[in-house]
Design a protein around this ligand. Structure first.
Ligand code: SF4
Ligand code: SF4
Length: 288
């Protein structure tokens, strides 16, 4: 798909008309910290929020509300006459929209999808409202903490993948001639999110999506650090006594699945990522 790259000073029709077109039939992915923020706003537990309003184990908001714009269903958080019911805790995807954010080689690039400004389709009146620069828009949407959470989860994704690497490369599994692990890494990169969530299973999905952290909500970087520590210590506990190649293979596949599921929740393409990681594993002696 074509993307239009933006500079921070580019001026665009970024004053939202609040007609709400983007709250219908859209795709809103959330990371675990955002899920906790949304649950707090809704005054329910993260588990209840996940079960009531999310899909794929908690990485995507459900769009099962009343049909509206172009007959598409509303976000589960959208209320007639009121709009977004979780506005002050809305996730980064909603704060950024119609913009998107990509990171390549640690450089952030703001974009929008297509070559035509997205709001013009559903809310053409924006063309008559004041233009804002990309930088002004981001400040107004208070994206700062949410961008930090996204970046911290990107690092956590890599550290979970590192466990999968360790289980295949440092345990003798690759050296034993294993040819089953990398094909499964590849398969998971292309799996539908619900299939991957099922493969991972409830225990690890809950560790990934519902970390038991009761503080640190105001500081997303500390929250994600704690989340990563919890996950790493569970992996250590569960995998330190593994002995057979079969056990090591299954553990490596599981950890890669968790990393790819987290990758999807932060908008990274699991297929591209799995191919990238397979290439690195092969450079270090793994075969398929
Ligand atoms: S489509 Fe654009 S202008 Fe319309 S409600 Fe969404 S952000 Fe606002
Ligand atoms: S969370 Fe709020 S802003 Fe985002 S899509 Fe749902 S209703 Fe719209």
């Amino acid at each position: 798909m074509i993307t239009t790259k933006l500079n921070i000073d580019d001026k665009l029709p970024l004053t939202c008309s609040r007609a709400g077109a983007c709250c219908f039939g859209n795709l809103v992915l959330i990371n675990p910290w955002e899920l906790v923020c949304l649950a707090r706003e809704k005054k329910i537990t993260p588990r209840a929020f996940r079960d009531l309003y999310c899909e794929y184990g908690g990485i995507r908001l459900r769009f099962n509300g009343k049909a509206g714009w172009k007959g598409k269903q509303a976000c589960s958080q959208y209320l007639d006459d009121l709009g977004c019911s979780v506005y002050s805790a809305r996730p980064l995807a909603c704060r950024l929209y119609p913009l998107g954010r990509q990171i390549q080689n640690e450089v952030v690039q703001y974009i929008y999808q297509g070559d035509k400004f997205p709001c013009l389709e559903g809310c053409p009146e924006v063309a008559k409202l004041p233009y804002l620069s990309v930088g002004e828009y981001l400040i107004g949407q208070m994206t700062g903490q949410f961008e930090k959470a996204q970046d911290a989860y990107l690092e956590m994704m890599q550290s979970i993948a590192d466990i999968a690497f360790m289980l295949i490369l440092d345990t003798g599994l690759a050296g034993s001639g294993d040819k089953k692990t990398l094909p499964l890494w590849r398969k998971m990169g292309s799996e539908l999110p619900e299939v991957l969530a099922n493969r991972i299973g409830n225990e690890w999905i809950d560790r990934l999506i519902l970390p038991e952290i009761s503080d640190e909500l105001e500081d997303p970087v500390s929250f994600v650090q704690k989340h990563n520590d919890l996950l790493q210590s569970k992996a250590q506990e569960q995998f330190e006594a593994l002995q057979t190649d079969k056990e090591l293979h299954e553990a490596s596949v599981l950890m890669m699945g968790v990393a790819l599921h987290l990758a999807r929740s932060i908008g990274t393409d699991p297929k591209i990522l799995s191919e990238h990681w397979i290439g690195i594993a092969k450079e270090h002696g793994a075969i398929e």
